[in-house]
Design a protein. Structure first.
Length: 383
């Protein structure tokens, strides 16, 4: 057997395993909030209204990070840059975060670099950056917001930092896309009703969204419809529930190999909220996982594409993820107290965790990773 044929068979086998583990989640999980009542203590929408930021990276990325750091300081952030912990390892990173939290308080943690440069703790065999944010008490209530800008090279970081700064400063060619959303859904896990329900709510909030494009797996041409909506219309939010693998979404295909087809993303800079297995598995040995690859779209000279994504680092239960997605886009997005990408993801996840037992909540919390800048304010209106 040739090596190429062997690798194809192996990859197919791995995808089947991934889909099988997701498929099991078609079985409803009975909500059980009795173990998670302490989560009520963490639902304080003001807890991350602060200025303390810790960036953990390595020396080689410092120069390309400087414009980002300068901007954060210009809007009042107290930014501490740590380049010493990551080369030592996970425990050194934990200690640096804990020390900052205990000394000055801490609202935002941003890890800059891929897993080889900035290692992640592991939970159940998969990376778990959110574990770094468990700083006080024996619970699943994150004590700071955390995200990762996962890059391997200076050019990749320069491109992503540029996109983040364009988004935060509002230096867009047009702001029409800010009132666009794309909602994408599988037919598994009651995905049609889930997707249609979110679409209906977004369309009813006309002061936030003027154009909401729905793409269902049951549509006649879902993949071309999705690619057309992204490239020709653009979006502020892409809300996606699907089967997934490390290289992307599979129910309605949107994978790494499709990204070169998207040249401008409709001149938009969307955030992707992904309820799908493995799309954030940034330890994948084959190459970039989808969350890494999609943030690297565009170039410094021609910036385009997503500025953030919420993605799982392993196979996961559908029910908690879809519950959090409904909370995020049927409720919290329209709450003025939710200002940042990190808050939208954190509080929707926390409220979803109340409805499930500790075992499901722990896997859910520790494996759903935010890629991008957790402190970034959301553009909710075009004005």
């Amino acid at each position: 057997m040739s090596l190429k044929k062997y690798l194809v068979i192996l990859l197919t086998f791995l995808i089947v395993i991934s889909f099988s583990s997701c498929q099991k989640e078609d079985t409803p999980i009975e909500p059980d909030s009795t173990e998670n009542k302490e989560i009520d203590n963490g639902i304080d929408f003001n807890r991350f209204k602060g200025e303390e930021m810790l960036i953990i990276t390595v020396d080689k990325f410092v120069n390309e990070l400087q414009p980002f750091i300068n901007y954060k300081k210009s809007i009042g952030m107290n930014v501490v840059l740590n380049t010493f912990a990551a080369p030592v390892g996970v425990e050194a990173i934990k200690n640096a975060i804990q020390a900052k939290y205990e000394k000055d308080g801490l609202h935002f943690i941003i890890l800059v670099g891929d897993i080889e440069d900035v290692p992640s703790p592991y939970f159940q065999g998969s990376p778990s950056d959110p574990s770094y944010a468990l700083l006080e008490g024996d619970d699943l209530i994150g004590d700071a917001l955390i995200s990762r800008i996962s890059v391997k090279s200076y050019a990749e970081l320069k491109n992503i930092v540029n996109k983040l700064l364009i988004y935060q400063k509002g230096e867009f060619r047009s702001k029409d896309w800010i009132t666009n959303a794309i909602v994408v859904g599988t037919y598994h896990f009651d995905g049609v009703n889930h997707t249609s329900g979110i679409t209906s709510v977004l369309r009813n909030h006309t002061s936030y969204f003027k154009n909401v494009y729905q793409v269902l797996e049951t549509d006649q041409n879902p993949h071309p419809d999705l690619m057309n909506a992204i490239e020709n219309n653009g979006a502020n939010m892409i809300v996606y529930n699907s089967h997934g693998f490390s290289d992307g979404f599979y129910s309605i295909a949107f994978k790494n190999n499709h990204l070169p087809e998207l040249k401008t993303f409709g001149n938009s800079f969307p955030f992707i909220h992904g309820a799908a297995c493995l799309t954030g598995s940034f330890e994948w040995s084959v190459g970039d996982c989808f969350a890494e690859a999609v943030l690297k779209t565009g170039t410094y000279e021609k910036p385009a594409g997503p500025i953030g994504m919420l993605a799982f680092s392993r196979s996961t239960d559908a029910a908690p993820a879809m519950t959090a997605q409904r909370i995020a886009f049927k409720e919290l997005y329209f709450d003025d107290k939710i200002e940042t990408i990190g808050e939208l993801c954190y509080f929707s996840n926390l409220l979803a965790m109340k409805e499930f037992d500790t075992a499901h909540s722990e896997q859910f919390y520790k494996h759903w990773h935010l890629f991008g800048d957790c402190s970034m304010s959301i553009w909710k209106h075009a004005e």
